[in-house]
Design a protein around this ligand. Structure first.
Ligand code: ADP
Length: 359
């Protein structure tokens, strides 16, 4: 009797589990020791586009035809622990992108579990947004250039009343500001397109070259505020990537340091090697950034100090560009700050070792 009751309980628990797996929005595939599919749920069939065909018993390699997925299976098996990757599967009905996790299982009949979250729709919407922003920015460029041109013509070639002169000046400055926002938006959308680096090509360069470019570019602005820029650029730490993008990012950090610091202060810019990373940092003696803003500073149009930022003509996109330049180089951006004492912004990149340098 007890056995029967237990068996019934077990049976209903199993049914429940089966229903959960069948209806789960995530793809679930269990694999045996040889990499053959033991079970597969409908969500996984949709991602791998094998609905209707007999999938169980077949090799995952054969079904998914994705070398990256095979590599993931191998990595998880060798390391004996979970491995994650975002993969794209091609099939006759189009491509699907999924975040995949391979989890080795030590007990039970299955050897590992493949769990997949379908990101196709999300990535498609992101691409649409990026395209939209890029198109809008592109369309706005021409009329802004026209407005700016006419404002310049008016103030240069005509005798104007003092009031009109002032208005034209406002129009002129606003058009320059709008132009800067549009340029930053275009740069951001090209950075969001993950192929940005591949398109531009990558080279190996010393990080100090990017820092030196930035210092040179902003020397006039620093001098205008009697700010002393101390360069510590003796490290020859190198990275792989796009020198002009990294110079632009370091330039944004330096430009902010100059913008937000009081006159007659010192800014130091430093490059160094730190373990496997090449690091560039810009430290200022400015107002600092209150703790509650630090996490969000790198978001587009986020401003810690709204009034000051607008007065200084910033676009609100500088740090967002910095973050994306770091990301496309597989690095990251960070900030440390003490209110009243100053801020230090840092970019960390994987260092390119001399051994991997092209001959
Ligand atoms: P913005 O064009 O407004 O400078 P950013 O994205 O470059 O846009 O910076 C975002 C915000 O971060 C700024 O509005 C400012 O409030 C703050 N910030 C950036 N750098 C510094 C700095 N060195 N010192 C103090 N505040 C800073």
């Amino acid at each position: 009797r007890l056995h029967v009751a237990l068996a019934l309980r077990l049976d209903s628990a199993l049914n429940e589990l089966r229903a959960i797996i069948e209806t789960a929005p995530v793809g679930i595939v269990s694999l045996d020791q040889l990499g053959r599919i033991a079970t597969i749920n409908p969500a996984a069939e949709r991602i791998l586009d094998c609905g209707g065909r007999q999938a169980t018993g077949r090799l995952l390699i054969e079904l998914a035809r994705s070398p990256e997925l095979d590599a993931l299976v191998e990595t998880a098996r060798e390391a004996g622990r979970r491995a994650d990757a975002e993969l794209t599967f091609q099939s006759a009905s189009g491509s699907r992108t999924a975040r995949c996790a391979l989890v080795p299982i030590t007990s039970g009949s299955a050897a590992s579990l493949l769990v997949m979250e379908d990101l196709t729709e999300l990535r498609r919407l992101e691409a649409m947004r990026t395209d939209f922003v890029a198109n809008v920015s592109h369309e706005l460029r021409t009329p802004i250039t026209t407005i700016r041109g006419y404002a310049e013509t008016l103030s240069d070639g005509f005798e104007l009343e003092p009031a009109a002169e002032r208005f034209i000046d406002v129009i002129h400055r606003s058009s320059i500001r709008l132009g800067a926002i549009i340029d930053d938006l275009l740069l951001l959308s090209s950075l969001e397109d993950h192929d940005a680096l591949r398109r531009n090509g990558t080279t190996r360069f010393a990080l100090r070259a990017a820092a030196a470019d930035a210092v040179e570019h902003h020397a006039v602005a620093a001098r205008a505020k009697l700010i002393d820029v101390e360069s510590h650029l003796d490290s020859d730490a190198a990275i792989m990537g796009d020198l002009s993008l990294v110079s632009h990012a370091v330039g944004n950090l330096l430009s902010n340091a100059i913008k937000y610091s009081p006159e007659k202060t010192t800014i130091s810019i430093r490059v160094r090697r730190e373990g496997p990373e090449a690091v560039v940092e810009v430290a200022d003696q400015g107002p600092g950034i209150p703790e509650q803003h630090r996490d969000r500073l790198f978001e587009r149009f986020y401003r810690a100090d709204k009034a000051r930022s607008r007065d200084s003509g910033g676009t609100g996109l500088g740090l967002s560009i910095v973050k994306h330049v770091a990301l496309v180089h597989r690095g990251h951006a960070e900030v440390e700050s003490t209110v009243g004492a100053g801020s230090t912004f840092r970019l960390r990149f994987p260092a390119a070792d001399a051994a991997v340098a092209p001959a």
